[in-house]
Design a protein around this ligand. Structure first.
Ligand code: GLN
Length: 478
């Protein structure tokens, strides 16, 4: 096995037993990136010097016989909307093309303390808005399983990098499916964390009531390792909490699992439906009791999400005004702005791409006087109904099983001109974000060479049992 194919757990054991050094491991990934990333385009920025110096520190630890934290010396990558001090952070946008972060996000601070090796920042849809990574202001990322297809999005760079062995694991962010959907498209594991489980400090905000950082890994065991390292209360994010739920060992024969009928809708690819139903059957064969359940408000989830999310986007992105951050028309050679308002308008018009502008306009409209009650407030009420659907289902069952995406990885360019067809790709993921729940995407098979993902949705803060069920499934699905 090549070094860059190892899981976190395997790489950790190799380092601990001194089969290779952290520097050798890091170099193996750097070489793989220079060999393969020209084709895949998963990285926006590489941090080679940082990676090598971090690896050297870990080697020193090892040579002094010190205890090795599990993530020490393990090379990773992260989505370019998470801040690493002194490293460029673009959020996939021209407006932040030259922005250098002045502090570490809390997740990065935690990972650095544990000896992580940072290889670089990965490509993404601009400000995390998209499902294909084609909305990146810089270039599209390709799916490693088929270079003519998208890797999913918006954390497409992170998922493609893990799938192509260009990093051992990666961080992505979720607002409406951006970890799970690209993980599913690239055949890797992705976790949407419970809202509040992981600090958002240092994550460039898209829609703050939905955003969460989550791991993208090769195995469920690795997802647990990363989750354990980055989660917990952070005084710098008042929405983060340290929630203790009882841990217990799952006994399949005592488990009750729901299959929501609204998730097997018309329009879902029949091959995906077949693979996911086979996966559910395999789980049932373990003695798990499977029930059909109903989440009746699912049909409103997409429209609710595409009302709440742009409203928050319009507020959050107001800070990019050509004064404080990034691209500014005031920096162009000839003076092109007549007054302050003109600076705001022109900087934003030139700095933001089409999808971002579309969402700012939609959100500003939904929040404006006279429309607020009819759109934003109503969407918030439906959001509560969607959450209550899950609460009711979880009175009867411990988990829910569904597909991650209704479609296979699509061709690059196929949907980009039609925003609605792009939004439809999110139909099976957004409810989980609206309800603040955790959910795991795990590969469950392939159609030709294209991966398909199974989604396991859990109760809030039950990540640990999600990992247990995920690992059981991984074993039976091998
Ligand atoms: N595809 C969804 C969107 O475009 C989800 C994005 C996300 O989770 N960041 O809004």
């Amino acid at each position: 096995m090549k070094l860059c194919e190892l899981t976190i757990k395997q790489a950790h054991l190799g380092l601990k037993n001194q089969e290779f050094s952290a520097k050798e491991l890091t170099k193996a990934f750097l070489d793989e990136i220079s060999l393969k990333d020209k084709k895949i385009s998963s990285f926006l920025t590489q941090t080679k010097d940082l990676a090598l110096s971090q690896a050297e520190k870990v080697d020193e630890l090892i040579s002094r016989g010190k205890e090795l934290p599990i993530l020490a010396g393990i090379p990773m990558a992260l989505k370019d909307n998470i801040l690493v001090k002194d490293v460029k952070c673009t959020a996939g946008s021209e407006i932040l093309e030259n922005y250098i972060a002045i502090y570490d996000a809390t997740v990065i601070k935690k990972l650095k303390e544990k000896g992580a090796v940072i290889l670089g920042k990965t490509n993404m849809d601009e400000f995390a808005m998209g499902s294909s990574t084609e909305n990146s202001a810089f270039f599209p990322t390709k799916n490693p399983h088929d270079l003519t297809r998208v890797p999913g999005g918006s954390s497409g760079g992170s998922a493609a990098a893990v799938a192509a062995n260009l990093c051992c694991y990666a961080l992505g962010s979720e607002t409406g499916g951006s970890v799970r959907q690209p993980a599913s498209f690239c055949g890797v594991v992705g976790l949407k964390t419970t809202y509040g489980a992981v600090s958002r400090y240092g994550l460039i905000a898209m829609a703050s009531s939905l955003d969460q950082i989550g791991p993208i890994t090769k195995t469920v065991e690795d997802a647990k390792i990363v989750f354990d390292a980055i989660s917990g209360k952070d005084p710098l994010d008042s929405t983060s909490i340290e929630k203790q739920v009882p841990t217990f060992n799952l006994q399949p024969s005592a488990l009750r699992i729901g299959v929501p009928k609204e998730y097997f809708i018309e329009g879902i690819d029949p091959e995906i439906e077949k693979l996911v139903k086979e996966a559910i059957k395999k789980i049932e064969d373990l003695g798990v009791k499977i029930f059909e359940v109903s989440l009746p408000h699912t049909k409103y989830a997409l429209s609710t999400y595409y009302m709440v999310m742009p409203s928050e986007v319009s507020a959050n992105l107001a800070r990019f005004d050509g004064i404080k951050y990034g691209y500014s028309i005031t920096k162009s050679k000839e003076p092109r702005a007549k007054n302050l308002l003109d600076v705001y308008l022109k900087s934003r018009e030139e700095g933001f791409g089409n999808e971002v502008r579309r969402r700012i306009m939609l959100g500003t409209y939904a929040l404006s006087a006279g429309y607020y009650e009819a759109y934003y407030l109503r969407a918030q009420k439906v959001r509560t109904l969607i959450k209550e659907d899950f609460d009711k289902a979880f009175e009867k069952v411990d988990f829910l099983l569904t597909p991650v995406s209704p479609v296979l990885p699509f061709k690059i360019g196929e949907r980009i001109e039609d925003p609605l067809s792009m939004y439809l790709a999110d139909i099976l993921t957004v409810s989980v974000n609206l309800a603040g729940l955790p959910a795991l995407a795990i590969p469950c098979g392939k159609v030709g060479k294209l991966p398909v993902g199974l989604q396991i949705i859990g109760k809030p803060f039950y990540e640990d049992s999600l990992f247990q069920l995920g690992q059981i499934f991984e074993e039976i699905n091998e």
